[in-house]
Design a protein around this ligand. Structure first.
Ligand code: NAP
Length: 281
């Protein structure tokens, strides 16, 4: 294998250790409210991981578990209570919500100052203007990982595969703001392989096992795999054919242990920033 494997797990641990000291310097620990509706097993694992991250950073975590039959009005009432609660700095509603609930309306109900996922339209708008209140967690985690390995996107051609509101679009914006030239691809892009081969930095966030093969990667490229898929053997894997691409690229992220832990570390950073903002009000 020739590529350097970018260790998101190690960098996330470093970030959380540093955050622990910064959180301890506040007048009280930051507090994150996590709302989980229903009993989706994957969501329950994500929430448990966030609780662990909070414990490692000295952030207090308040869990709100609601039954799958919770109505929109009941969920909005809980968010209203959390918005008004001075003791709560950040609010996270674990997605996906059960199908009968309107996720967009729920995300819009969170007070923008407590929206540590940065999904509220006001925070999305601020990001577009280049004046972010909070950085969206997955894109910010990717930028932090690039920085750690001395990879500056400025002047590079970055190709982002995926245009979702939580990964592709905000990542494209952050890369643009970092002076990269950015191409965004999606399921209707003709000649995906051609586009990918033009990338100095290739990011795949499609959620398709085996989408990125070695012939789609320019020699010496940086390859970031955001996806979290289940392979045919049931194991966690990304979009990238890791073994073959690692022979061609200079840098590559693993799945698991690459972008995932960085996303979680950035949520902790945003929760700290929310608490810091509250202290300075
Ligand atoms: P999403 O909302 O399903 O978006 C997927 C995007 O990929 C869409 O824009 C889609 O195009 C595009 N796409 C799908 N198949 C494609 C193909 N064959 N060729 C080109 N583009 C294709 O997913 P998401 O929420 O952004 O998440 C993407 C992946 O990242 C998932 O595996 C998810 O689990 C993972 N994820 C990981 C983290 C982390 O922390 N590591 C965080 C968030 C998400 P269209 O728009 O045309 O449909």
């Amino acid at each position: 294998m020739s590529a350097v494997v970018m260790d998101g797990k190690a960098l996330a641990a470093e970030i959380k250790q540093a955050l622990r000291k910064r959180c301890a310097a506040l007048s009280r620990p930051p507090r994150l409210a996590v709302v989980l509706v229903g009993d989706d097993p994957a969501s329950a694992v994500y929430v448990r991981n966030k609780e662990q991250d909070c414990a490692q950073c000295g952030i207090s975590c308040a869990d709100h578990r609601l039954p799958s039959g919770t109505s929109q009005a009941e969920l909005l009432a809980l968010i209203d209570t959390l918005n008004r609660d001075e003791a709560v700095d950040g609010i996270l509603v674990q997605m996906p919500l059960p199908a009968h609930l309107d996720a967009g309306q729920v995300l819009r109900a969170i007070a923008p100052a407590k929206d540590v996922d940065a999904f509220h339209p006001e925070n999305v708008g601020l990001l577009h203007l280049g004046q972010p209140r909070y950085l969206p967690c997955t894109p910010a985690g990717i930028l932090a990982l690039l920085k750690k390995y001395g990879i500056d996107p400025a002047g590079k051609h970055c190709v982002v595969v995926g245009r979702s509101n939580i990964v592709g679009k905000p990542l494209a914006l952050l890369l643009l703001q970092a002076d990269a030239t950015v191409t965004v691809c999606h399921s209707k892009t003709p000649d995906l392989a051609d586009q990918c081969r033009r990338a100095d930095i290739l990011v795949s966030a499609a959620g398709q096992v085996g989408l990125i093969t070695a012939d789609m990667v320019r020699p010496h490229a940086v390859v970031i795999d955001v996806a979290m898929n289940r392979g045919a053997d049931g194991r966690l894997c990304g979009d990238v054919d890791f073994g073959a691409v690692a022979q061609r690229a200079d840098y590559i992220t693993p799945v698991p242990g690459g972008v995932g832990p960085m996303t979680r570390a950035m949520l902790m950073e945003n929760t700290y920033q929310a608490a810091l903002g509250r202290e300075s009000r």
